[in-house]
Design a binder for this molecule. Structure first.
Ligand code: KG4
Ligand code: ZN
Length: 334
């Protein structure tokens, strides 16, 4: 069979990214232009600023990726693009770029669900083995997904309120840690002792999550201590918070693996970069004989390599679209 080259485009939040991946796993070139330094000044992503920056960057990033790959559009078989979920203005920029390339170069257009992309970031490390369970933890999502085979998935549960990454960022903000706070909270957690008492989130036997209670408990604790004139030990608070997050995520995930008799676990999304989460899952999976996979650190957060990777399977399954494709700010995995 001939090699298939997919050009992926991702612009759902504050990263403008383009990548070329061969046969769903072989990364040829990837360019990621992050806007973190711009949004840091506002304590979070400002949608309007994000979309304006995508407009400025998208053609430069496409050209840079092709140059890096020593390829031309002629050699590309299809264009995969994130259509949702994400910030609508940001999504539109990547989508319009993809449609234009598809129209001008007469290449099939492959719509990609962002969460599926995160899952397939693992396919760039080692081939996905089925059946598997995937825990997707990012700035916008917390989901447990069961997959019987490529592209065959069933959502087992999701967050009922805040996503884990969002919770990390808000907890960081109340501790005066700059956006995105996740990595620093993770670092502090390793240096502190978990001696603050915090509530355990939703423990109802379901595979749903709820993190807003935990987030509010941390925020209230900080405000109360400030009012009393007491100083917060940031490292100990980070350790206490992270402990509860890790316990909740690992407990539900291990339960799901047992219930569905699954031996393959993949963790995906920005929060999959978390050292504490990686360590605990590694320990538990070793004990239970579960084959565990994490994306490479650089592909935990948003990137187009993961979009091009899953784009290959979608393209081979004939899941292409015409130019009427629209972006969606919210969209269930289906
Ligand atoms: O996947 P991603 O780029 O965004 C969405 O698609 O939603 O993930 C970004 C999120 C941010 O909330 C960031 O704080 C979090 O991932 N994050 C972390 C770590 N590294 C990034 N959270 C906890 N620990 C980390 N080491
Ligand atoms: Zn993402």
């Amino acid at each position: 069979m001939n090699d298939i080259y997919i050009l992926g485009i991702e612009s759902s939040c504050d990263e403008t990214s383009v990548s070329i991946v061969k046969n769903g796993y072989d990364e040829i070139a990837t360019v990621i232009l992050s806007q973190i330094d711009i949004h840091k000044n506002f304590g979070g992503v400002v949608p309007e600023i994000a979309s304006r920056n995508h407009v400025q960057n998208i053609t430069i990033v496409i050209e840079e990726c092709l140059t890096k790959a020593h390829m031309t559009m002629k050699e590309i078989d299809a264009i995969a693009v994130t259509y949702g979920p994400g910030l609508i203005g940001s999504l539109l920029v990547g989508l319009e770029a993809a449609k234009t390339l598809s129209f001008v170069y007469k290449k099939p257009l492959v719509p990609v669900h962002h969460i599926l992309g995160h899952i397939y970031a693992n396919n760039l490390v080692k081939p996905l083995k089925f059946p598997l369970i995937s825990l997707v933890i990012s700035g916008g999502h917390t989901e447990l997904v069961f997959m019987q085979d490529h592209l065959k998935f069933q959502k087992l549960g999701a967050t009922l309120d805040d996503a884990v990454g969002e919770c990390y960022d808000k907890v960081a903000r109340v501790m005066n840690i700059p956006y995105p706070g996740g990595p620093i909270v993770d670092q502090y957690a390793h240096e502190g002792k978990p001696n603050y008492k915090l509530p355990i989130p939703l423990d109802d036997g379901s595979f749903n999550f709820s993190f807003s209670g935990l987030k509010s408990a941390v925020i209230n604790l900080v405000h109360n201590e400030q009012q009393r004139g007491n100083e917060i030990n940031k490292k100990n608070l980070a350790a206490s918070f992270q402990n509860v997050v890790i316990e909740t995520l690992t407990h539900k995930t291990m339960q799901a693996l047992e219930k569905y008799h699954v031996k393959n676990l993949i963790v995906a999304g920005g929060v999959a970069a978390n050292k504490g989460i990686r360590e605990k899952f590694t320990l538990l999976c070793e004990k239970s004989g579960i084959d565990l996979s994490f994306p490479e650190m650089k592909y935990c957060t948003d990137n187009a390599a993961m979009i091009a990777a899953v784009g290959y399977y979608l393209f081979r399954a004939g899941k292409t679209s015409n130019l009427e494709l629209n972006s969606k700010s919210t969209s269930d995995l289906k």
